[in-house]
Design a protein around this ligand. Structure first.
Ligand code: SF4
Ligand code: SF4
Length: 368
């Protein structure tokens, strides 16, 4: 098969894998795909079964020997083109979507090389072109979730484990950390485009951490170091973002100036439909001294001074991140549960079902 056709099929493969930036047969896709995948890697990606698979499932679809296939997949893993881990003596594989998956992997190593700069340019050119085609990204059900910053929900309120950032650290024996792909990707595009936020803060748990360690893109850390990093990110005004599931494999610590997910959410009418913790801040005008710290630190410009200098919160914009609460020295804001909030689905499969069901409902009623 001609290489051109292999890459065209790759655009279809990455379209089927879904995500906010699926594969698209457009001029901007090809230079990026050719820089990321060799023709053999693209061809094997097109043959990968959906979801998690073993070698035995893929091998019969190819004309390769077992050793050749193992070698090919082994070479793709450190490049983020094929996720793989060994569990109980069996090696499992998965062909990731472009986002989340392949794109992030290109920048999590934190290296500054000519090749990395070239990839950053190609990736961003493609993503910009996809944004133009997709246009508005209004969401019926959030696929992202914010975990409130540590201890901002007062004791006595219902605080589920999935809303406690430190519980993920306590409950996982394998934790890794890598470079923030958003801030690093921006720096590769323009060396002057930097913010002063900590860089090594992308955290993975369990199997994800194992893959990060095996592929050398990040490093395994102790629970103590993980907790220290989390507290540093909160001090720096970063928010904890992850998938809208109770069982999570990663936490990103995001800034409003570079995070692609937050930037995408803020381009929409209702950013809280992209990310929410299920909590909302409630100001206490008796305690507030109008210092403005909460207004300045809010990543979504959800909080402002209104009539008579009273604080107003736009809930459609609020992520429920708790930065305003944690940084108010007067303790003049508290977090409370958002009415009508749906519990996060248990896992990715449940999340997919929930998104599909909500979209159908929106199509029927016309109400977002
Ligand atoms: S940080 Fe606290 S005291 Fe300052 S304006 Fe906000 S609520 Fe008021
Ligand atoms: S008002 Fe802003 S800082 Fe406060 S919880 Fe909402 S998004 Fe976070």
């Amino acid at each position: 098969m001609e290489n051109k056709e292999v890459y065209r099929q790759l655009s279809e493969t990455l379209a089927k894998r879904g995500g906010p930036y699926p594969g698209m047969d457009m001029p901007e896709f090809y230079p990026m795909a050719e820089a990321l995948f060799t023709p053999a890697e693209a061809a094997i990606s097109n043959l990968m079964p959906e979801g998690i698979f073993t070698l035995e499932k893929l091998l019969p679809k190819t004309d390769m020997t077992k050793d050749e296939l193992v070698e090919l997949l082994k070479g793709m893993a450190p490049k983020g083109l094929c996720f793989t881990i060994e569990v109980g003596g069996t090696r499992y594989y998965n062909g990731p979507p472009f986002v989340p998956g392949i794109m992030e992997w290109q920048f999590m190593h934190g290296e500054v090389t000519d090749e990395a700069k070239k990839i950053a340019k190609l990736v961003h050119t493609y993503m910009d072109a996809v944004d133009v085609v997709i246009g508005s990204r209004d969401k019926a059900f959030p696929d992202g979730r914010v975990i409130p910053i540590n201890q901002t929900v007062e004791p006595g309120k219902k605080v589920r484990t999935y809303n406690q950032i430190m519980s993920y650290i306590d409950n996982n024996d394998l934790i890794s950390v890598a470079t923030c792909y958003c801030r690093h990707g921006a720096k590769l595009l323009d060396e002057n485009d930097v913010c002063d936020k900590p860089m090594e803060v992308c955290m993975q748990f369990g199997p994800g951490a194992k893959y990060v360690e095996e592929s050398g893109v990040g490093r395994v850390i102790s629970k103590e170091e993980a907790k220290k990093i989390i507290l540093e990110t909160e001090k720096a005004g970063l928010i904890h973002c992850t998938m809208n599931t109770q069982d999570i494999s990663f936490v990103c610590n995001c800034c409003k100036c570079h995070c692609m997910g937050i930037e995408m959410a803020l381009r929409n009418k209702k950013p809280s439909k992209h990310f929410t913790s299920g909590y909302k801040p409630v100001p206490d005008s008796d305690l507030c001294v109008n210092c403005g710290t909460c207004v300045d630190i809010c990543p979504s410009e959800a909080i402002s001074f209104g009539n008579e200098d009273l604080l107003e919160i736009k809930l459609d914009r609020c992520f429920g991140c708790g930065l305003c609460v944690g940084n108010c020295e007067e303790k003049a804001i508290s977090m409370t549960e958002m009415e009508g909030y749906n519990e996060p689905p248990a896992n990715m499969e449940e999340l997919k079902k929930m998104i599909e069901a909500t979209e159908k409902e929106v199509q029927k009623t016309g109400q977002v």
